[in-house]
Ligand binder design. Structure first.
Ligand code: BTN
Length: 245
């Protein structure tokens, strides 16, 4: 696995997007000690001040761009496995791209397609930001975010976790499409969404989460009994009651 390690970069996802095509090889990993403009989904920023792991992973696949949510979901399972291996904790998944623990966000994942033509892409970049050794967060995040150090009460060896993440991602790259069922089952087992009331940003009406289908679409039920399925593309579920996210 080729890995590029940087001291500081705007965003590891952006760095990969700006590479010449021939350098954007399958399995490439870019890791930075810190990011000056870390990005999250829906134009949000991702705080990347040096205590966490900020990495991006290139995957070349003929997966349709409209179905790229499966890649985010496979990656979410892979990150949980790596955290479990190194830290011994069982992290959960908040649809679609957040890894959570105790109702707070531990890691975010941002999947982006590069050089899209029709529904195909030259490759996908899976960006992963894990809160590792932060001791506290700024006021705007302190009720929503958590780090591994806060959970375990000790420093976590970033190199060890990075190695485990690389191993899991590489394994995912090789096996995910043959092993779809296992990834899906584990995603569902780790999901913290079922039975929770959420507010989709498309309609602002509280609804109960009743399922996540095999294409990773979220099914919700409104008070009037109406059921709706939403894809991740244009939806966020920021208001999870009881989860503080
Ligand atoms: C989210 O929470 O919405 C996703 C956050 C993704 C953050 C990671 S950090 C490494 C990579 N580079 C970025 O700019 N973003 C991702």
């Amino acid at each position: 696995m080729k890995t590029i390690c940087l001291k500081s970069v705007d965003s590891t996802n952006t760095y990969i997007k700006n590479l010449p095509v021939k350098e954007r090889v399958d399995g490439l990993i870019v890791v930075a000690d810190k990011q000056t403009a870390g990005r999250g989904r829906m134009g949000k920023t991702f705080k990347s001040d040096g205590k966490g792991i900020y990495m991006s992973f290139v995957i070349k696949t003929d997966c349709a761009v409209s179905e790229a949510v499966v890649l985010t979901s496979f990656a979410a399972v892979s990150v949980c496995r790596a955290i479990e291996k190194v830290c011994g904790i069982n992290a959960g998944i908040k649809w679609v791209n957040d890894i959570v623990y105790g109702g707070r966000k531990l890691c975010g994942i941002l999947t982006e397609a590069v050089n899209v033509s029709g529904d195909k892409a030259e490759c996908f970049i899976i960006g992963i930001g894990v809160n590792v050794n932060e001791e506290k967060f700024t006021d705007d995040l302190k009720d929503k975010a958590v780090s591994l150090k806060m959970i375990l009460n000790r420093n976590v060896d970033k190199e060890k976790l990075l190695l485990a993440l690389k191993e899991e991602l590489n394994e995912m790259k090789v096996s995910c499409f043959n092993d779809k069922e296992n990834f899906y089952n584990e995603y569902i087992k780790r999901s913290v969404m079922f039975g929770k009331t959420v507010v989709l940003n498309c309609d602002d009406i509280p609804a109960e989460v009743i399922g996540i289908d095999k294409n990773y679409a979220l099914a919700v039920k409104y008070g009037n009994g109406e059921i709706k399925k939403v894809n991740s593309g244009d939806i966020s579920v920021d208001g999870i009651y009881g989860l503080g996210l």
